[in-house]
Design a protein. Sequence first.
Length: 272
Amino acid sequence: MSRTLTIATWNINSVRLRIDQVVRFLQERQPDVLCLQEIKCQDDQFPFKPLRKLGYEHVAVRGQKAYHGVAIVSRIPFLNTTHRLFYDKDDARHLEVVLDVKDGLTLHNFYVPAGGDEPDPEINEKFAHKLGFMNEMAQWYEGMALEKKKPARMVLVGDLNIAPQVHDVWSHKDLIRVVSHTPVEVDLLGRVQSSLHWVDAMRRFVPESEKLYSWWSYRAKDWEASNRGRRLDHIWVTPDLEENLRSMSVVKEARGWERASDHAPVLVTLGI
DNA sequence: ATGGCTTACAAAGTAAGA
């Protein structure tokens, strides 16, 4: 009898507005853990009740007023909960829990800054923030890699706001100078990924030669028909978990729900 | 034509997303 662990990530773009969609998603897909980004509320405004009712009794929230905010909703208890600040800002963009499974499993939930419009840190402070944030992520994990006690069994999920590969965007040529797909961002994401040899779990199931998106703009007249998507959401695992990967899916259907988030949820199942 | 839309908010227009 093998046990599995299913982890989901979803930029919900207001958890209060879309709590019914969160409930529907949990009922239909039954993940063990759901990591949310852009909850856009303070801790005490988070809709705990309907989630507890579904058996998701363990909820870690790192909220802030109006913007950003991350949460982890779980059926599995947490052994520890913490968060980290980046770029000297008090933004709620990171949350970390240790799941109470055999040998423990550390889960990082990130909401990386979008970066504004102009891909030049000299004239765009938002882009400088994004690059600085990613640089500190890289330094953090590079530091861990140097420690004697090697960190093991970690999963990193979230809206990283970077679509690194050619087929992570609808047109590499058209987006090469557009924030989310510029070489400087892609290189930095690569550095973060290299730090602990993170495995891109989504691409273990869909070859790099195939288009794979998790976000479609609100602005398209028909998002599905135009299909100008980007893969901004990611699930990474440390190498010791690579052989445990069982399945992955982007729940594109949820992007088509009434008044949907512009991001679709992503799910990964691990054998543990 | 990627910004055409969507969100929060000491509520009409602003800031932000990506």
